[in-house]
Design a binder for this molecule. Structure first.
Ligand code: FES
Ligand SMILES: [Fe+2]
Length: 324
């Protein structure tokens, strides 16, 4: 059986700043064309791109008027819940003209939408990361080939950490499942990001994976006095292609740093430089996986070995996102 390309879940569609007030923006997700529009009062709506009247593309000439979106073809106007509230004819509005509105949320300056395999209503609410006391998030989006499940599985594939990423001494792995959320925690050592001459650093990754499209990692690195949140967002664009967004914010409210580096990084300009550097390093890690994700096949009954980590448990957990 081939895997469905678009499992249920919350997926990133855009950065919130891509859709300022009054804007209508087109994006692809899950093999569909979607439009986002933000009203003059700031409400964001995500809907199917085509007008239910006679099929015009709302992203090509659609305009925000007050709290509505106006279709460019015959001027029907849609409210943020998708209901047609006015036409430019004298007749009453057609009672069944309604945009196909997708559930959406703005989290960490990103727009996420729920892709459903059932009736379209979100099966679970998205838990936003708490970024109080953190720096403004910064992020990078990569366009990759592959399936979103493979990118999510990477986080529990402990065996590949040494083979692909050169992590050493992967330890204290803990994993448990809570409905659509999978929690994992492990520590590992690797060369300092400043080069092998600076020795090794030990990191602890503490991650909540909310479905296959949104994971939040709390990362601490003792040697760098670093505490940050990394949000990984994979969004299936079309079959075989997904966007991978890596977002990072670091904790400004750390108690007095104990290392020299920690004291330097407590200064805002140094912290900004270091965050950009760290983000590039994480992008570098993802690029190490890129070719494997692009060309791998899905082995439904993998021949697991003792060092693989909890892949069997992960696979069981994913079944819910395919309606199984
Ligand atoms: S196609 Fe949109 S109003 Fe007619
Ligand atoms: Fe990886």
């Amino acid at each position: 059986m081939t895997r469905p390309p678009f499992p249920e879940g919350w997926y990133r569609l855009a950065a919130a700043r891509d859709v300022p007030r009054g804007a209508v923006v087109t994006r692809r997700l899950a093999g569909r064309e979607l439009v986002m529009f933000r009203t003059e009062q700031g409400r964001l709506t995500v809907s199917g791109a085509h007008c239910p009247h006679l099929g015009a593309h709302l992203g090509h000439g659609g305009r925000v008027l007050g709290e509505t979106l106006r279709c460019p073809f015959h001027g029907f106007r849609y409210a943020t819940d998708g209901v047609c509230v006015a036409t430019e004819y004298a007749d009453p509005t057609p009672p069944r003209a309604c945009l196909e509105v997708w559930p959406s949320r703005e989290v960490a300056e990103q727009v996420l939408v729920f892709v459903g395999t059932r009736d379209g209503a979100p099966r679970w609410a998205l838990e936003p990361p708490c970024l109080d006391g953190f720096t403004r998030p910064r992020w990078v989006t990569l366009a990759l080939a592959g399936h979103v499940e493979d990118a999510a599985e990477n986080g529990v594939d402990l065996g590949h950490f040494a083979a692909v990423h050169h992590y050493a001494n992967v330890r204290d792995a803990e994993i448990h499942v809570d409905g659509p959320v999978l929690h994992s925690r492990f520590g590992f050592d690797r060369a300092s990001p400043f080069g092998a001459a600076f020795g090794t650093i030990s990191s602890v990754f503490d991650t909540d994976i909310h479905g296959l499209g949104f994971s939040v990692t709390d990362l601490t690195v003792r040697e760098l006095d670093l505490h940050c949140v990394i949000v990984l967002m994979c969004a299936p664009i079309d079959e075989g292609h997904f966007d991978f967004t890596i977002l990072l914010a670091s904790d400004r409210a750390r108690p007095a740093p104990v290392t020299t580096l920690g004291r330097v990084l407590a200064l805002a300009p140094a912290r900004a430089v270091f965050e950009r550097f760290l983000l590039r390093r994480i992008v570098g890690d993802v690029l190490q996986d890129r070719e494997i994700w692009a060309h791998k096949t899905h082995v439904e009954r993998p021949l697991l070995a003792a060092g693989d980590g909890p892949i069997g448990l992960f696979r069981n957990w994913t079944k819910q996102f395919y309606g199984q």
